[in-house]
Every structure is written in structure tokens, then in C-alpha cells.
Design a protein around this ligand. Structure first.
Ligand code: SF4
Ligand code: SF4
Length: 406
């Protein structure tokens, strides 16, 4: 794509980066076919190619309008378009730059700003989030059926394993999952313990939410704090950095990209990013350990929802499904598995109608194979699916853990 970018809209490095991404797009439109919002609206501007065009116009000096911001806001950041794109266009990076530029020109309404800031404050204060969710528990049955599963705290009756091993991984416990379902991290730690790998849990947030809500300064502080806090473990030889929620893992994997212009952190961020893996990338190499322990459930059928953050963000395609099959689970095929369920971080809060539409489609596809349970790998997707599914919805790590022999 030819461009004529205005030089003084962004700093020179960001301008060059945006220009390079724009020029890599050949405008073929393959991405449009796999874009969930294009499928809903049938409007070019609600697909990746149209959004790329809107960002190009802004970078070439055309003022952003409210309509520009609306089309950019409607993007789920699911990155399905990136997986489809034959030219490896870094769409999500361009979207970040485009939203930054649009928000500099277009003011959001007072109520929209208030909602975004309140959500950010709630989720960034672990104590406040925990207190709020805990306070809701006695009254959660009074909430609408679609909300109740999103605030329910799962049982946590499990201790961290105490064994020490030579092989060690670092695990960030995150914020939302750490309140709603902290047991998942413990179950993962036990699975790794069975494979003679020790898990070192570290409390903290990955920074995904402020990054998605265009609070880049807050997000950058979190990225740097995490890198500073974890450097000593990296120096001690931990073999990987993991998170059981793929939404957080996908954010960790982008630290190198987010901090590429920070001279003090870019090299550290590169080392850090190279260590980030999804738990399945460790467990898939340890099937001998796990097979000794598992109870085969030949009658247990499962439909797996691969979150966008797992398949498009972390680029982990079908690994969970393959591992589950190796371990003896019967997975039913799921049509349109590349499409988002509508959870998408804070998206379901700010775009409830689109999120509901996507959820209804996703649930229909997941239930088509009559599976006994639904499994996924991200806490946001898990609670979102749970708000409409007939079957139990679990993290796939929980399913494997619960079927281990002692
Ligand atoms: S598939 Fe890639 S190259 Fe083609 S229009 Fe989409 S982003 Fe551009
Ligand atoms: S990130 Fe998802 S919703 Fe956004 S343009 Fe790409 S495919 Fe469409």
C-alpha cells in the first residue's frame, strides 16, 4: 500500500513503524473473511482492511471523527485477521497506534470516560477488586443470569505444592483470575509438580487492561515493574514465564513490542518475552509423566474453545486440543473455532450487544457436538461462556488436574 504519512503527528520512531505496517498491507482483503465484526455489520469499516484504511487516513492528516473512533472501538483486538493475513501485517500494533491518534483528537463522552476510568481503578487495585467481588457473593443470585457467573468465586480448597525441583518456572497470578478462580493456578502448579517442575508464583497484573483501555502510561509502568521484579529469577535460571490465563500470557508476549523504544528496557523486555510460553507448551513435552497419572475418561466428551489470545495472540494452534486427545479425552469438532466468543477483555462490558451476539453463535457451535463439558484457557472466556452455556465450563488445566490419580 502506498502511503504519504505526515511526519509530526507521532514521534519519528512510531511514525516509521506505522508507515512500515501500512506498506506491508497489500489490500487483498483475505482478513475480512475471518473478522467477527465484519461478519456482524457487513461494513468494510468494521473489518480489518477498512480499519487499516481509517488509520492510514488519520496518519496522512485527515482529522479523526467520532465515526472513526466508533469503528476502531468496535474491533475486538482478537487478531484473527493477523492469523489469516498472508503478508504478516501487524494489525494489532497498528490499531494501538490508530486508537492513540484518534483519542488525541476525539474526546470520549463524560460517561464513557467515567466508566473506563472506574473499571481501570477497580481492576488495578487488587484489594478493591477482591473486596468488591467478595461483598457481592451473598447477593449474586439476585443478579441477572448473564452477570452472575462473571462474579462468582470458584472454590479454592487446594494448597500450593511444597516440593522443590531443579527445574523452575515463574507464574504470574494475575488480577481477575486470582480473585475469581485462584485454584486454576494451584492446579497448574500441581500438574507441573507431577512433571518435576517447581512453580514460583508471583502476585501481579500483566497490564492488559490499561493497555486495551488506551491507558498506555499505566500499562508501561506495570510492564516495567514486572520486568524489574522478575529479573532476579531470570538471572537464577528459571526456564519459563507462564500464566494460566492466555489473555494475560498474550500480553506478556508483547512486552518486547510495547517497550521497543525504551532504551533502558528494550533488551530486558526481549529476554523476558523469549521466556514467555503457554503452559501447554511445557506440558505437551511431559505427556509421559501425565499419562502415568491420568484416569482415562473414555465417555467424557469435551468441546474446546480456543481463546483468541491463545490461537491468534500466542500463536498456539491446536496444541491444547492435541494434548487433551493424547491424554484420552474425546474432543468434538467445533465449527468456526477461529472466531471470538465476545469476551475480549473489557469488550463485553462496553459493547454488550455485539458480545452477546458472538457469545450466542459460539455457544451454538460448542454445543453442536453434544459435549458433556466445555473447556477453554482464559478466565474472561470461561466466565463469558458460563453465562450462557448449559454444560459446565472449565479451564482445561482444571479438567486434567481433576482427573489425575494421586
Ligand atoms: S489480509 Fe493482510 S494484506 Fe490483505 S488486506 Fe488484510 S491486512 Fe492487508
Ligand atoms: S482484531 Fe478481530 S475484530 Fe479486529 S479487525 Fe482483526 S479480526 Fe476484526
Amino acid at each position: 500500500m502506498q502511503t504519504n504519512i505526515i511526519k509530526n503527528l507521532l514521534n519519528p520512531a512510531l511514525t516509521d513503524e506505522a508507515d512500515k505496517i501500512l506498506r506491508s498491507c497489500v489490500h487483498c482483503g483475505f482478513c475480512t473473511a475471518t473478522c467477527p465484526t465484519y461478519q456482524i455489520f457487513s461494513d468494510e469499516l468494521d473489518g480489518p482492511r477498512g480499519r487499516i484504511y481509517l488509520i492510514k487516513q488519520m496518519l496522512e492528516g485527515q482529522p479523526a471523527t467520532k465515526k472513526t473512533l466508533t469503528h476502531l472501538d468496535r474491533c475486538l483486538s482478537c487478531r484473527s485477521c493477523e492469523t489469516t493475513c498472508p503478508s504478516a501485517v501487524q494489525y494489532s500494533r497498528l490499531l494501538d497506534i490508530g486508537k492513540y491518534l484518534a483519542e488525541k483528537q476525539i474526546k470520549r463522552s463524560f460517561l464513557s470516560n467515567l466508566a473506563r476510568k472506574s473499571l481501570l481503578s477497580l481492576l488495578l487495585s487488587k484489594k478493591l477488586f477482591h473486596l468488591t467481588i467478595t461483598a457481592i457473593q451473598p447477593f449474586k443470585s439476585l443478579l441477572p443470569k448473564s452477570i452472575e457467573p462473571k462474579v462468582a468465586i470458584a472454590s479454592t480448597k487446594l494448597n500450593w505444592p511444597i516440593e522443590k525441583h531443579r527445574r523452575k518456572v515463574l507464574l504470574l497470578t494475575g488480577c481477575v483470575q486470582n480473585t475469581l478462580a485462584p485454584v486454576i493456578d494451584k492446579q497448574l502448579a500441581h500438574l507441573l509438580n507431577h512433571c518435576a517442575i517447581q512453580t514460583i508464583p508471583i502476585q501481579g497484573c500483566c497490564g492488559a487492561l490499561p493497555q486495551h483501555l488506551s491507558a498506555e502510561d499505566k500499562a508501561t509502568l506495570i510492564f516495567k515493574k514486572n520486568i524489574d521484579q522478575w529479573t532476579k529469577y531470570i538471572d537464577q535460571g528459571i526456564e519459563a514465564i507462564i500464566m494460566s490465563s492466555s489473555g494475560c500470557g498474550a500480553t506478556l508476549k508483547q512486552y518486547q513490542s510495547y517497550l521497543q523504544y525504551d532504551k533502558a528496557y528494550r533488551n530486558k523486555a526481549k529476554v523476558f518475552t523469549n521466556l514467555v510460553v503457554d503452559p501447554v507448551e511445557i506440558l505437551e513435552k511431559e505427556t509421559a509423566f501425565l499419562s502415568q497419572k491420568k484416569i482415562p475418561h473414555s465417555d467424557l466428551t469435551m468441546a474446546f474453545h480456543a481463546p483468541c489470545t491463545l490461537q491468534h495472540g500466542l500463536g498456539v494452534h491446536t496444541k491444547v486440543e492435541n494434548l487433551l486427545t493424547t491424554l484420552g479425552y474425546k474432543l468434538v469438532p467445533v465449527k468456526d473455532a477461529h472466531l471470538c466468543c465476545g469476551s475480549a477483555g473489557s469488550y463485553s462490558i462496553f459493547h454488550p450487544k455485539i458480545a452477546k451476539h458472538l457469545l450466542t453463535n459460539k455457544i451454538a457451535e460448542l454445543q453442536a457436538g453434544q459435549a458433556a463439558i466445555l473447556a477453554t484457557s482464559n478466565i474472561g472466556c470461561l466466565t463469558h461462556l458460563n453465562s450462557q452455556a448449559q454444560q459446565p465450563v472449565k479451564h482445561w488445566l482444571s479438567v486434567v488436574y481433576e482427573n489425575l490419580k494421586d
